[in-house]
Design a protein around this ligand. Structure first.
Ligand SMILES: O=C(O)c1cccc(C(=O)CC[C@H]2O[C@@H](n3cnc4c(=O)[nH]cnc43)[C@H](O)[C@@H]2O)c1
Length: 232
């Protein structure tokens, strides 16, 4: 928990200590616009489209955090769901934000930053905040799961790679391309972070024609319109 928020022992009791803004980072304008529609003109939120990938996300998040005070940063957008963990059209709230391809390939398999001794490839999510968001969405009857969300720089395009990632991160629910960049910038500023993904496709063999972007953007909008009531 950082110094900008207050928690007590009651589950789901996350409350910003003073009125501060919430920053929502998306990748592309279509995601930003879905979030803005969900917010319905509510004040206290800044919503940005940073570009695709963790580097653009980190750079733009850090710049935004330098411009204003925020109590919370949310990485939001569409994402791929791991088969059996998150269906197309559903939502995933990250329990942990993991840089899944940051490391080294070896003859024995993938070596993470931790294994290489270069720090952490994982950014934790505050448990009370996660519970508040997950339970709110669950209560709203929107299809929602929680689990680790992987950040990758290259969209997974084979069943073999999907199996490798799921094997490496037990319980992995979704993958996307920005969460870890947003999370690292937030962590560096001592601000809490969340990642919310609306599932447009399954992680596995590439079939861009099967991506259900419209449905995912509608789910993102619906989730935002529910969450706006509890996050402020
Ligand atoms: O073409 C469009 O209309 C359109 C509208 C909104 C978003 C897009 C994107 O292509 C966004 C790219 C964005 O999506 C995330 N994403 C979605 N599925 C996956 C996946 O299976 N693996 C990794 N990332 C995924 C990712 O965060 C990209 O930034 C197009």
């Amino acid at each position: 928990m950082n110094t900008q928020g207050v928690q007590n022992s009651v589950k789901g009791a996350y409350k910003p200590r003073i009125e501060q803004r919430i920053l929502i980072m998306t990748a592309v304008p279509a995601e930003r616009d879905a979030v803005l529609r969900g917010l319905g003109g509510e004040t206290g939120f800044d919503v940005l489209a940073a570009g695709v990938g963790p580097v653009a996300a980190a750079v733009q998040t850090a710049k935004a955090l330098a411009r204003a005070k925020y109590s919370l940063v949310i990485s939001a957008g569409i994402g791929g769901g791991f088969p059996g963990k998150a269906e197309v059209g559903s939502l995933v709230v990250a329990s942990e934000i993991i840089a899944a391809d940051l490391g080294a390939e070896t003859q024995e398999g993938f070596c993470s930053l931790e294994q290489l001794g270069f720090g952490s490839s994982r950014v934790p999510v505050d448990e009370d905040l996660l519970n508040l968001v997950y339970e709110t969405l669950l209560g709203s009857k929107l299809p929602v799961n929680t689990g680790p969300v992987l950040t990758i720089s290259t969209v997974t395009g084979t069943a073999e790679k999907a199996r490798e990632l799921a094997g490496r991160v037990p319980g992995a629910a979704a993958e996307a391309m920005e969460g870890y960049g947003v999370a690292l910038a937030a962590q560096d500023s001592g601000v809490e972070v969340l990642e919310l993904r609306a599932i447009s496709n399954l992680v596995g063999p590439r079939d861009r024609s099967a991506w259900r972007i419209k449905e995912a953007l509608e789910a993102l909008e619906a989730a935002t319109s529910i969450l706006v009531r509890v996050l402020k």
